[in-house]
Design a protein around this ligand. Sequence first.
Ligand code: ADP
Ligand code: MG
Ligand code: MG
Length: 894
Amino acid sequence: TKFVYAFTEGNKDLKDLLGGKGANLAEMTNLGLPVPPGFTVTTEACCLYLENGTEPPALRDEVGEHLAALERQMDKRLGQADDPLLVSVRSGAKFSMPGMMDTVLNIGLSDASVTGLAAQAGDERFAWDSYRRLIQMFGKTVLGVDGELFEEALEEAKGAKGAVTDVELDAADLRTLVDRFKDIVRTATGRDFPQDPREQMDLAIRAVFDSWNTDRAKLYRRQERIPGDLGTAVNVCSMVFGNLGPDSGTGVAFTRDPASGQQGVYGDYLQNAQGEDVVAGIRNTVPLADLEQLDRKSYDELMQIMETLELHYKDLCDIEFTIERGKLWMLQTRVGKRTAAAAFRIATQLVDQGLIDEAEALQRVNGAQLAQLMFPRFDLTAKADQIGRGIAASPGAAVGKAVFDSYTAVKWSRSGEKVILIRRETNPDDLDGMIAAEGILTSRGGKTSHAAVVARGMGKTCVCGAEDLEVDTKRRQLTAPAPDGKGTLVIDEGDVVSIDGSTGKVYRGEVPVVPSPVVEYFEGRMHAGADDADELVQAVHRVMAYADRVRRLRVRANADNAEDAARARRFGAQGIGLCRTEHMFLGERRELVERLILADTDTERSQALDALLPLQKGDFKELFEAMDGLPVTVRLLDPPLHEFLPDITELSVRVALAEARKDANENDLRLLQAVHRLHEQNPMLGLRGVRLGLVIPGLFTMQVRAIAEAAAERKAAKGDPRAEIMIPLVGTVQELEIVRDEAERVIEEIEREHGVELKLTLGTMIELPRAALTAGQIAESADFFSFGTNDLTQTVWGFSRDDVEASFFTAYLEKGIFGVSPFETIDKDGVGKLVSDAVADGRATRPDLKLGVCGEHGGDPESVHFFHEVGLDYVSCSPFRIPVARLEAGRAAA
Ligand code: ADP
Ligand code: MG
Ligand code: MG
């Protein structure tokens, strides 16, 4: 195998092998863009190294050959004393993991070559600054020296000089600092900083390999669901210098605004700086537009290149560039991360530009982004106490208690507090806290700072670079200028703050929130065609239309009252896939259910049922009216009986106390007996679903009667009811047959009475493994199947859904046994296999069998794709998930 590729040998489709950075460096090289020459060590080499604990034997020679070629091309040798070739050794995995892994710049510098570099550049200060950066980065990332030690030494040197920024240190200061840094390395590691350039390079390559498995990289991958076995590539890239004086600098840019999608000039530039300086927020950057004044030629070339990249990648790109004495170099590009709103806008803009078609546009957005756009935002008309403003880095409205470090953020959020993580700037060590927080606020750094990039990736609200705010992490305080301009006001740890990631505004106290415009649009309160509709709503409207045009899956709602049904319909539901009748038995009606359960005689029982009948019928009529013309699947009573009865301990105590007072009441005594009689160790595996219907005479027939009469009355009122009756928790076809016979008898009776044909269908849920395994038989008696994937997951795995989250799931997620809870995303290999087999067996028996899914999975993006693939007819989910399901069904089909 080939382990090393020159930039000229790769291309953008080789991300698996060359990582995203390497593949795109190659692509840019081949597009003729100015990329400093170099080569990429493959992810395969990394994986072999991680597996065996040592590099594949051939790697050393191959790196040597490519290095030699690079040296010929550059006409100087790595670390050559009088004119050194210097390189960066950069990590780069298939999926971008910003700041998670290591990069070392200026490899090749040594005591010998630093003077050569100074002579070549005609700049001593520059050479010593580069050398101290090498020792610092190399020391920290390759040799594992505590980075704080270098920071402290640097601060000391600045302090001694009365300097504020590192630019004020001169060559002599930096030279002293280099000695100091070398001492730090020697003391910490017991060895000298390596002077052999090839050794530096090899150690750095190995360090990049190792950085794949740091804790923070692993945590990030779990968060982003990136597989752990991909490994990283390593890019060796000849150095260009942005720190050679005022006509040099480094910057980052986007081809469009990653927050709004607007086309224009977006980015940050820092004069006389190298590498991470921009992102780290160490010195304040200038907006990219200012580069036009600073260096017109480079600016124009950059604009040209940005256009080339957009047209080539047909998408928003982000780039890193460096200007060395007026010469522009491209150091990185990739299809850039963006906010949810920008994703929708960019997708439609690119369609308008004729760069992509509708099917491709659907791949540029996803359901998670749409869900994010449906979150509420701050009420701009409310009185709010603004204390500062930063950059709107990642949208959303977040309210929480101020915390100033990651540890506290995690601790407080575990105990149920909502927190806002406030830092001067964030770094990868803050990741835990960022995950735990509602939002992130920093006082330094721009749109491309660590906080901004990571927050956008996580879909978390972020305001960064709020410069009027002073963050003091030691004292756990945020200080803001007082609104009257006199003095300051202080936010302490625990005080509530509100941050608006869409405007960058920071408020003291809690600001009320209002629904998102996207929800207003789905609700029909805002029209995409109207003048006031903003561009985001327009974009969502168009993308939803693309999805609806291509999707094959229908989308229904889980709803059990007219209000939810009406909303679901506004959101685009094509029926109800699950109406849970038990919700109709709560509240005041609970007493009637109690009577039903306690009934000793047939008369008592039918009295209770007769009382329930008109109530149920009323509910169904409203529901059928709200969903007129669309199918409504009504599930007969499902939950364990004990849910309708008082808590056994409480009732026992009450009765015991009453008996002691000698005034026990008859009803309580009977109730207690019933509770004892019906008590089950495992109610979820007990008397519920169809079993209830078979054990309590008249219960299911009452429900069927209520459905049929409601339908008949709707017909009489010229409505178009389309009810489907669903029997829960069936394990064998016999159960279904018995219920079916009774139900058909009732339906026929009502049809005769009303002189109508109701066309009610009867089907079952497939939510027990046995039902799935005998689906072929069950289909004989069922007009439709609806997969109840919640219970099916529960019974297939043998997990109690109500308990696992609290007990062992965290451990399972941490150990990587699953990347995501099987209750959230369907377990394709296990539960999914039962589903797809049952689909095949059911259809074999009855080709026109209607197939759907109800349960949480119906609104989960990944699961929706799976249901599309196995050929279901519809998914059903909660009303708010409907747009997400529509979109994902479209994406699955596009
Ligand atoms: P990351 O993946 O964290 O962005 P990079 O490998 O891109 O890490 O490098 C970190 C920083 O160093 C970036 O700002 C990049 O532009 C800069 N850099 C990397 N290689 C070179 C080089 N050969 N010359 C100049 N700057 C470089
Ligand atoms: Mg980079
Ligand atoms: Mg169920």
